[in-house]
Ligand binder design. Structure first.
Ligand SMILES: NC(=O)c1ccc[n+]([C@@H]2O[C@H](COP(=O)([O-])OP(=O)(O)OC[C@H]3O[C@@H](n4cnc5c(N)ncnc54)[C@H](OP(=O)(O)O)[C@@H]3O)[C@@H](O)[C@H]2O)c1
Length: 274
C-alpha cells in the first residue's frame, strides 16, 4: 500500500474510506467491513451524523488502534465552539485521540477555529490538523498566523476538476492534497467517460479503479465512498497494474475544471478553477 507522510511525520495510507451520507444505522458495520478489507483510514465529520458510529467501528474492528487513521472534521466556528466540539467528537466516538481533524469549510472565525485545533494538537488530543475547502488565500492566511502548518487540505478533486494549480500551491507548502468526491460522487457521466473507459479496458480494471489509481499517482490522497461491498473491495484493489505516461497524459487532458454536487461559493470557484 502506498503511503503519504504528512508534514509532521504522521503516515497515512494513500486510500481511505469515505462516509458522507452513510446512514448512522449502517456506519459502524460498514467501517468494520472496510477495515477488514484492508482500509486503514476512515473519513467522517461532525456534520455527517455518523461520527460516533464510525468511531465505534474503529473501536470494535479488532484492528489495533494505532494502525488506523480516524479522520474527522469540525463543524464549528471560533475558538470556544471548536474547543467544545473537539471534546464532543472524542466523547461521541469513544476514542482517546483523533488522528486527523480538519476544518470542514471556511467560516467567519477561522483563526479562532484553527487556534482551538492547534491547542488540541499540542495537547495530544489530535495527531494532525488541517483544512477542507480552503482556497489558496484562505490556506495562506492560516499559514501566516500559526506555528503549525496544516497537514492536509481536502478539496473536491476528480477527473473533471483536477485542481492542478491548487495542487502545486499545496505541494509548495508541504500540505497534502486530499480529494473529496474522487469518483465524482459516482455520477454516471464521469465513470463512463470514453477515455477513462478505454484505459480501464486496456488494463482489465474498472473505470473507478483507474480513476483512483490516477489520482494516487498524482500524489493525491483519495477517500472513495461506497455502500456496495463489491465496490468497497474494488476501490482498494488498485496496485496490480501501472498507468503509463500516455494514459496519464490522456487522463490529465480530461480536466474541465468543473465541479459536481453542491455549488461552491463564488470566491472559491474562481480561485480554485485551475
Ligand atoms: N470535505 C468536504 O466538504 C467533503 C464533501 C464531500 C465528500 N467528502 C468526503 O469524501 C468522501 C468521498 O466523496 P463522495 O462520497 O462525495 O463521492 P465519491 O466517493 O466520489 O463517490 C461516491 C459514489 O460513487 C459510487 N461508487 C463508489 N465506488 C464505485 C465503484 N467502484 N464503481 C461505481 N460506482 C462507485 C458510490 O455508489 P455505491 O454506494 O453504489 O458504490 C457513490 O454513489 C465522502 O464520503 C466524504 O468522506 C468531503
Amino acid at each position: 500500500m502506498k503511503t503519504f507522510t504528512l508534514n509532521n511525520g504522521v503516515v497515512v495510507t494513500a486510500i481511505g474510506y469515505g462516509t458522507y451520507q452513510t446512514p448512522a444505522s449502517v456506519a459502524e458495520q460498514n467501517v468494520i467491513d472496510a477495515l477488514h478489507d484492508g482500509y486503514r483510514l476512515v473519513d467522517t465529520a461532525q456534520d455527517y451524523g455518523n461520527e460516533g458510529e464510525v468511531g465505534a467501528g474503529v473501536r470494535h474492528s479488532g484492528i489495533p488502534r494505532d494502525q488506523i487513521v480516524f479522520a474527522t472534521k469540525v463543524d464549528t466556528d471560533g475558538y470556544k465552539e471548536t474547543t467544545e466540539g473537539i471534546d464532543g467528537s472524542l466523547r461521541r466516538t469513544g476514542l482517546d485521540y483523533i488522528d486527523l481533524m480538519i476544518i470542514h469549510w471556511p467560516r467567519r472565525d477561522d483563526l479562532g477555529t484553527y487556534k482551538a485545533l492547534e491547542e488540541a494538537y499540542k495537547a495530544g488530543k489530535i495527531r494532525a490538523i488541517g483544512l477542507s475547502n480552503y482556497n489558496e488565500q484562505e490556506t495562506q492566511n492560516i499559514i501566516d498566523h500559526f506555528e503549525t502548518v496544516p497537514a492536509i487540505n481536502q478539496i473536491e478533486t476528480h477527473l473533471y476538476w483536477q485542481q492542478r494549480r491548487m495542487h502545486r500551491y499545496l505541494a509548495s507548502k508541504g500540505i497534502l492534497h486530499e480529494a473529496w468526491a474522487p469518483l465524482g460522487e459516482g455520477g454516471a457521466h464521469m465513470l463512463s467517460d470514453p477515455v477513462l473507459v478505454r484505459i480501464a479496458e486496456k488494463h482489465g480494471k474498472s473505470p473507478a479503479q483507474v480513476l483512483l489509481r490516477f489520482e494516487i499517482d498524482e500524489d493525491i490522497l483519495v477517500i472513495p465512498k461506497s455502500l456496495n461491498p463489491a465496490h468497497v473491495k474494488d476501490n482498494f484493489d488498485l496496485f496490480d497494474f501501472e498507468l503509463d505516461e500516455q494514459d496519464k497524459a490522456d487522463l490529465r487532458a480530461r480536466d474541465r475544471r468543473t465541479q459536481v454536487g453542491w455549488g461552491w461559493p463564488e470566491n472559491m470557484r474562481v480561485e480554485m478553477q485551475y
